[in-house]
Design a protein around this ligand. Structure first.
Ligand SMILES: *[C@@H]1O[C@H](CO)[C@@H](O)[C@H](O)[C@H]1NC(C)=O
Ligand SMILES: *[C@@H]1O[C@H](CO)[C@@H](O)[C@H](O)[C@H]1NC(C)=O
Ligand SMILES: *[C@@H]1O[C@H](CO)[C@@H](O)[C@H](O)[C@H]1NC(C)=O
Ligand SMILES: *[C@@H]1O[C@H](CO)[C@@H](O)[C@H](O)[C@H]1NC(C)=O
Ligand SMILES: *[C@@H]1O[C@H](CO)[C@@H](O)[C@H](O)[C@H]1NC(C)=O
Length: 336
């Protein structure tokens, strides 16, 4: 049965958030609207400009979900193969997606128009082949259509053992190349619009780092710390991230109730926007003009009591009025 949720959109309380941090000496008025039900560990939002739909994953529940912002409808595809850390669209192929599930990169056949309980998948390649206690987490496609994705150790009793992960780059030959190793919880990635900087987050470091980027070779060098949460009063760890056309970063704070806006050139915190969920997982711009910031949150492993006190944990939110625009997400280029 289709999960019709437009009533939630209609009823959604419009929370007007006053943005802390003043950009032009006055405070922007930003609206924060919940646009989906509360799911589990929602993450990895990917805006599909062709269809004007938002894909995201529900990692531990093993779903790829698709929001149609025009109707509020969310359709879901169950991935029997294992936890789904990331999903992206495939170039020129509207009914196929590429996802990270467990330690495998999989091709998913799903047009998104109906719920699917028995989704057809094909394993394209595997990462972390020398170990078996890790899974693919966040990822993103670069300007040349290569899929960058990272891994982390499986959570055991709420703990993630450090330095078990790696950031990989996968091109159309489907041979994973190591970019950064070791990492602990591979998360946010972004390239600037000039395509010569790459930004990256390994969450437990509480840092956002930047590299010089060679778009032809797909290689990174000259790592620099561009933002360090340990030098701020901010709570939580940096998780998913995106970039705007001004070259500034938007970073989700897991455990921090906020999305922050950071200038990577100066290392300055430009502003922060409060989200009605503690564990903010990721962000991406969407909408026809890429002016809406979609924000995913986690409702994973909540007690019944927490469910009551934080009913929105696990939902996706839409932020409008930020005065910023995103950069179009790339699709994976497959050799088909
Ligand atoms: C699921 O799909 C596979 C083919 O992809 C098929 O063999 C199997 O019978 C299906 N299972 C169910 C429960 O429909
Ligand atoms: C996981 O790897 C360890 C060490 O390499 C090995 O002993 C164990 O049998 C593996 N477990 C599975 C389920 O493959
Ligand atoms: C889920 O929560 C329970 C109780 O809060 C905890 O004991 C358990 O370790 C958690 N599971 C994971 C995978 O974090
Ligand atoms: C920041 O602080 C956390 C603990 O609060 C620590 O685990 C982490 O290593 C620190 N980051 C750096 C780069 O030192
Ligand atoms: C946020 O995540 C932490 C760490 O996994 C967990 O202990 C806490 O219960 C979560 N809170 C909410 C409201 O999801």
């Amino acid at each position: 049965m289709r999960r019709v949720i437009h009533k939630y959109v209609l009823l959604a309380s419009v929370l007007v958030a006053l943005v802390h941090g003043r950009r032009h000496g006055w405070e922007h008025r930003v609206s924060v609207n919940r646009v989906t039900d509360a799911f589990g560990l929602s993450e990895g939002p990917h805006w599909d400009q062709r269809t004007q739909k938002l894909y995201f994953v529900d990692i531990t529940n093993q779903y790829i979900r698709r929001l149609d912002p025009a109707t509020g409808e969310v359709n879901s595809a169950y991935i029997k193969h294992g936890p789904v850390g990331v999903v992206v669209t495939v170039d020129d192929t509207p009914d196929k997606l590429v996802a990270g599930s467990g330690r495998d990169v999989i091709l998913v056949s799903w047009d998104g128009d109906e719920n699917e309980a028995n989704t057809t998948i094909e394993v394209l390649c595997s990462v972390d082949t020398d170990r078996n206690q890790t899974r693919i987490n966040d990822g993103k496609v670069d300007s040349h259509g290569r899929f960058w994705l990272g891994t982390m150790a499986n959570e055991v009793n709420g703990q993630v053992s450090p330095n078990e992960g790696t950031l990989y780059r996968i091109d159309d030959k489907l041979e994973p190349k190591t970019e950064v190793t070791p990492v602990s919880i591979s998360n946010g990635l972004a390239w600037d619009k000039e395509d010569n900087k790459f930004y990256y987050i390994d969450s437990p470091t509480r840092q956002v780092v930047g590299y010089d980027y060679d778009p032809q070779a797909g290689t990174i060098s000259n790592k620099k710390v561009i933002f360090d949460l340990n030098k701020t009063e901010l709570q939580g760890v940096p998780d998913g991230m995106t970039i705007d056309t001004d070259g500034n970063l938007w970073v989700a704070l897991f455990g921090g109730h906020h999305v922050i806006h950071v200038n990577p050139k100066t290392g300055k915190l430009l502003r922060k926007v409060k989200i009605p969920a503690e564990n903010v997982t990721s962000v991406t711009f969407g909408g026809p003009l890429l002016e809406t910031l979609y924000v995913t949150t986690s409702g994973y492993n909540l007690t019944a009591q927490q469910r009551k006190t934080t009913p929105y944990a696990g939902a996706v939110f839409a932020l409008k009025g930020l005065g910023a625009r995103g950069i179009l997400a790339n699709s994976f280029k497959m050799n088909q």
